[in-house]
Design a protein around this ligand. Structure first.
Ligand SMILES: [Fe+2]
Ligand SMILES: [Fe+2]
Length: 164
């Protein structure tokens, strides 16, 4: 049975997907790097949608926390993350035709390192606030109802975590 906390396992899964993208970049396999980035993006977006449409509205009602736990920060992070991934896709697609590939690749990896730190802070905030507060504050029935709203179709977070 899937529990709310289990949805955090997607973080590790998507980290691994991003690593595959970066490994391909290091090997100058730019087509593979783009494909693996697209796989990463679709899993990330499904996960963020689950959080935005199902978990965060309930969390916002339960916990009107200031500072690091504020619900708005999670939405803002997601927006930034979508923007970064979009720009990484464009840069990866252009790499092979760059006049100075080494320089362009290093710039991309530098931006990606910055992005990964943002993701690290975001995941930490979810681990410290979003998931434990939902897990501790809701009844078993409420949790089951929430989970039943999470998309179970192909490529969804739940499918991803049950495959781990
Ligand atoms: Fe998350
Ligand atoms: Fe998130």
């Amino acid at each position: 049975m899937v529990r709310i906390n289990d949805l955090m396992k997607v973080h590790r899964l998507i980290d691994d997907m991003f690593f595959e993208h970066q490994r391909a970049l290091l090997h100058f396999e730019f087509e593979k790097a783009l494909t693996s980035l697209e796989v990463y993006e679709s899993t990330l977006i499904r996960h963020m949608q689950d959080e935005e449409e199902v978990l965060l509205p309930v969390y916002a009602e339960l916990a009107s926390l200031p500072g690091a736990g504020a619900a708005k920060l999670f939405f803002d992070d997601h927006e930034k993350m979508r923007g970064y991934v979009e720009s990484f896709k464009e840069k990866t697609a252009r790499l092979a035709s760059e006049p100075d590939i080494d320089r362009a690749l290093l710039q991309l990896l530098d931006r990606e390192a910055f992005y990964l730190r943002l993701c690290g802070h975001h995941d930490k905030r979810e681990t410290e606030f979003l998931y434990p507060i939902l897990e501790d504050s809701l009844s078993e029935t409420e949790k089951e109802m929430l989970l039943s709203e999470i998309d179970l179709s192909v490529g969804s977070s739940v499918e991803a975590i049950t495959a781990v």
